[in-house]
Design a protein around this ligand. Sequence first.
Ligand SMILES: [Zn+2]
Length: 349
Amino acid sequence: MALRIRGPALPHGEHVDLYADGDRWTTDPVRGADLVAEGWLLPGLVDAHTHPGALAPGDPLDGELLREHLRAHVDAGVTAIRAPGLAGEPPSWFGVAEDVPRAWHAGPWLAQPGQFFDGWGRRVDHADFPAVAAAQAARTGWAKVVADWGIDDDAVPVDVLTAVVEAVHAVGGRVAVHTQHAAGGAAAVAARVDSVEHGMWLDPGLLARMAEQGTALTPTLSPFWSYLPDARRRPDGPRKEWFVRGAEAHGPLVAAAAEAGVRVLAGTDSVPHGRVSDEVRALAKAGMRAHDALGAASWDARAYLGLPGLEPGAPADAVVYAEDPRGDLNRLSEPLAVILRGRCVRGGR
Ligand SMILES: [Zn+2]
């Protein structure tokens, strides 16, 4: 069944009238197409950092839970995700079935021996890191490296990380790097990784270099902020100080990153799934313009993943709102309709 949407399309706000007969937008009228929604149009939302399919750290990937998490994303208007780390090999329908978002993933997290959550990811020696990461990226397009972990742990050395980036780029892949300490962040930027995940304690002095070399930042700000009240009640000590001070500095870091021209991506890293609008609101609260905070979860994130916006020939995804969501980001939680692969999967007339 062909469908049609129309209204002002973000990011530019020009009026569009689009038809989908299958998974491609076209401006050529399709006879009998159902006008499913009219309003402010976005080319779908994106959660650029989510780990669907498992609940607690260390749990194996559960296919039923995976579907449930992905449907929660779709219900929230998310039509594409990036999973920088999965608890297991995803089933063949992941990223392609009609009721789940398009998906990019990095397979298992790659971490140094003795670091990261027990039961999750793969432990890799420095000498093997470039080849292991490149093999993963050759399969799925991404490798995820945990560059630092506990407060007393050593970060992955910059020469190792640089060799990883070179090996992954040589096979056409990209590298996402988890960092929550200054040393790991500095190594990630020096190694010219493709995206810094979290980036807590990142030296703001490195932001200009990130912007220049095209390293994105996925700050996962909303989960950090949601853990803060609990963290503040913990007994004093170096771990508490690391997290509380890092999370308190994280909002200003995000604002400075956007100001410096770093590409910021919205990622939730959290359960419940389907909460990317919380991250958009957090980015805005931290100081990003509402337009840019929304782009971090929509057109800009899609462009980063290689997906075009609301234009002829683009994959037929959209989320439709009654009013301009930039005027009140709370509207993000109330889409009139969600279109995925040319099908109306939520709302609509
Ligand atoms: Zn994560």
